[in-house]
Design a protein around this ligand. Structure first.
Ligand code: CA
Length: 404
């Protein structure tokens, strides 16, 4: 190592107030749960072993976070307290250094073995924009939108770690003016900049998780790109919702930020009017002040703010389980596309280029209504840190490959 991993500037985005969880492998080492400090990863299985914490060492020796997530909230809290303490203890730096690898020498893997995956639709601005595009003569929001967090179950098995290439999907599409459907590569491949919530603490079938119990199950946050083939989606989605237009791949950032690292990012929700039903009410309702940035190739195309999202993550989890559906360790739910009030805050190309009517121009002079082969999409975010300053969330990146 050429630089001291502890030599962090005061405004470091990956300092001791952050400490996200990921899964990494280094040459000659097993794949373990790690955290990140600056430009280094810390092998948490090695560090816990060194300090005699066998329960955590066992969980962190796995190639996913699931075993640790299964230990529950009290373990998440005490592990983070221990980790922050040992990292801040100057006398123990050599021990911590002995468990470190340079970030550029490791491979990051999908951090969670995703159990079930649900995608919500919690941005009023996004839902309104999509409503205006697809139903210009009707109400922008559907009648249910302010009464429940709308969602659908997606495909857990095709959630991939950020950095994975995305093959352009093929399928059926039929434009409204066409008489018959055609088959071929999607010509309207899009992104959806979202925030994913990783869930743990199994529940019994038939039981439900209330708003004020949700914190016991919310493990952390990861950025999420819900790649969407708009042409396949438009032809297939009535009446049962998204299917092959979404299920070909969804990208999850390699770092999961613990909820405890986001305490200072909690904000009040927008006013909810009409008042939701009782099961969606409680004391623990919050938004998150996450500042997202969406880049296509070298151009920042959007800066969606998460803090205006209509539904609290606790409401989304309460709704997801209100029918008695049980939770599993490693469940994942995503917020839905994050879009703000301003044109430069929209989280999808569908909205940014208004369904192809207003193409955006990249810094190299080329225009985009939807993604082209070779495009690289990168979503990043920062949030206020508990100790002042800011922390970064893990970026989620993907390159579009031609269809096969
Ligand atoms: Ca979505």
């Amino acid at each position: 190592m050429t630089t001291d991993p502890f030599d962090l500037s005061a405004d470091a985005l990956w300092g001791p107030d952050n400490l996200p969880y990921g899964v990494a492998s280094a040459d000659g080492h097993d794949t373990h749960v790690v955290t990140r400090l600056g430009d280094h990863v810390i092998d948490l299985a090695a560090l816990a072993t060194l300090d005699g914490y066998r329960k955590w060492a066992r969980a962190w020796s796995n190639p996913s976070l699931n075993s640790f997530i299964a230990q529950g909230r009290s373990s998440w809290t005490s592990a983070r307290d221990w980790l922050q303490q040992i990292i801040r203890d100057e006398k123990r730096r050599d021990e911590v250094r002995s468990t470190m690898h340079s970030l550029d020498k490791v491979t990051l893997h999908l951090p969670v073995e995703v159990a079930d995956y649900v995608d919500f639709y919690a941005s009023e601005q996004h839902a309104t924009n999509v409503g205006r595009i697809f139903r210009p003569d009707g109400d922008a929001l559907t009648p249910n939108w302010k009464h429940l967090p709308i969602g659908y179950h997606g495909r857990a098995g095709t959630v991939v770690v950020g950095g994975t290439d995305i093959v352009r999907p093929v399928g059926q599409r039929k434009a409204p003016q066409d008489a018959e459907p055609v088959f071929g590569p999607s010509v309207r491949l899009d992104i959806e900049a979202e925030v994913g919530f990783v869930v743990g603490g199994e529940t019994e079938l038939g039981s439900r998780v209330g708003v004020d119990e949700a914190a016991d199950h919310l493990f952390g946050v990861a950025l999420f790109n819900d790649w969407s083939a708009r042409d396949i989606q438009a032809w297939e989605y009535v009446p049962l919702g998204p299917f092959l237009g979404k299920s070909f791949a969804s990208s999850l950032s390699p770092w999961v930020t613990p909820m405890a690292a986001l305490e200072a990012a909690k904000t009040a929700l927008p006013a909810q009017d009409p008042k939701p039903l009782d099961y969606l009410l409680g004391d623990d309702l919050f938004g998150l002040d996450l500042a997202l940035e969406v880049q296509i190739n070298d151009t920042v195309v959007s800066r969606p703010p998460y803090k205006g999202m209509y539904w609290s993550p606790t409401q989304m989890l309460a709704h997801l389980t209100v029918n008695g559906a049980s939770l599993r360790d490693g469940d994942l739910f995503a917020s839905g596309t994050v879009s703000g009030d301003e044109p430069g805050e929209r989280g999808s190309l569908l909205e940014l280029a208004w369904s192809g009517r207003e193409p955006i121009t990249l810094d190299d002079g080329t225009q985009r209504s939807f993604l082209e082969d070779g495009d690289v999409v990168t979503i990043t975010a920062t949030a206020p840190a508990v100790g002042g300053g800011r922390i970064a969330l893990g970026e989620v990146r993907g390159k579009v490959l031609p269809s096969r």
